[in-house]
Write a protein of this length. Structure first.
Length: 81
């Protein structure tokens, strides 16, 4: 896992007040990390394929892509599940 992938996971964790509810769009994550939108989108897609993220909404269905952390992500970050 790359440093920026870890930063994305930690950012989602830090932005969430309730891990079972909150989800964030790519542009919010990119703004928070001060990274390029396209880079964050690519990294999130990779994290999704690897099972570290779950999709909440998709652009095709809902007009936006949003993600939450999976149990695998919490374990990778050394956080309590």
């Amino acid at each position: 896992m790359t440093e920026n992938e870890k930063r994305i996971l930690m950012t989602l964790y830090e932005m969430n007040e309730d891990l079972d509810y909150s989800n964030y769009e790519i542009d919010e994550i990119a703004d928070f990390l001060r990274l390029d939108y396209d880079e964050v989108k690519t990294l999130c897609e990779g994290l999704l394929r690897q099972g570290y993220l779950h999709e909440c909404m998709t652009y095709d269905d809902d007009g936006m892509d949003t993600y939450i952390l999976s149990e695998k992500a919490l374990l990778a970050l050394g956080l309590e599940v």
